[in-house]
Design a binder for this molecule. Sequence first.
Ligand SMILES: *Cc1c(COP(=O)(O)O)cnc(C)c1O
Length: 402
Amino acid sequence: MIPLSRPYIDNRHFENIREVLSAASLAGQGPCSERCEQWLQKSMANGKAFLTKSCTSALEMAALILQIEPGDEIILPSYTFTSTANAFALRGAVPVFVGVNPKTMNIDESQIEPAITGRTKAIVIVHYSGTSCDMDLILGIARRRHLLVVEDAAQGICASYKGAQLGTMGDVGCLSFHEIKNVTSAGQGGACLVNKESLVARAETIHDNGTNKAQMKRGEVDHYGWQEVGSNFIMSEVLAAILWAQLQAKDKIMKRRLALWDAYRAQLTMLEERGVIALPWIPEYNAHNAHLFWFRLCDPDDVERFIEHMRTHGISSTAHYSPLHLSPAGRRLGRFVGDDSVTNLASSQLVRVPIYPDLSNDEQEDVIHTVKAFWGVAGGDSDHDGKIGANEVVNGDLREST
Ligand SMILES: *Cc1c(COP(=O)(O)O)cnc(C)c1O
């Protein structure tokens, strides 16, 4: 079975782990963590990067840093992972959901202003599949209406908006190093990018159990104590060792992912021209990171059969989020503003196909052929690394399933 994603692992991962284990300083905030944080800070204009246990914990940290309180409202896209809403609901905030642009599955920027009320505290945006939201528009609204901005850039590492890395533009940005993301720290991990100098001191305290231990380590105070409500958001040094190996390999990871993404796009455009699928749109302001390859089936009733068709040919393919405003917790805790029909339809049409650095050209060809075969289209164009034959025959049983 070709999986949807698989982490890239090379020897350096083992070397880095061995180094950390022999140094026997494992709790975190050690040399590997320092290296990773420095690496992330290279793309930040201001502020500081903090490694966390997950993007979920980075989002929870963001809610504490921004002093989100019961009754505050946050505006977020309905099409996202539960963490985006949970982190703020945990502080008693009300999630106010708005629709997405089906061309990117990112928040529909035009829906933000109508959702603002006197209680709105922050706009929490998601850069779906490493495709950037229109940050000038969003930061403009936030400035005008005195709102904070959190970027859920869980899928956004190594992607940028007009040259700025995703996660570095809002007040706080949150990255994920979960197993399925482009860069992983052994399955679980994240980072909280605090982009405002004025927030860094509190963030440092919140990150380390609400204490000023960091100040003590720097010799600024003699003792440390409980200063704020915080938590243990610190990433284990062993995971940071793996993260460092991943960051060292990021050029290789990115190059392969982008090549696979481009090949999918080139090969599947003919299906878009036939009107059976819609491919993602990459805005000109975005350098994406090929995190996912997704497309929408024009007929949402085909999705289940499509996924089953892929599965029977040994290929994982899955839908993605169910809109949060339709979920039991979303209905109970939040509300949707605007017309949700576009978001609901687009969510029900979306499927993802395998993309990861170790996916071979042959395996990708197999995926492309199998996708095309669902609509009875045989063969592929000849420009895929010169590897897909123009007139390759597709088995009769594949045609049958359309
Ligand atoms: C993966 C993901 C998360 C959660 O990240 P974890 O590191 O698993 O906590 C949150 N938001 C979005 C948009 C994600 O894709």
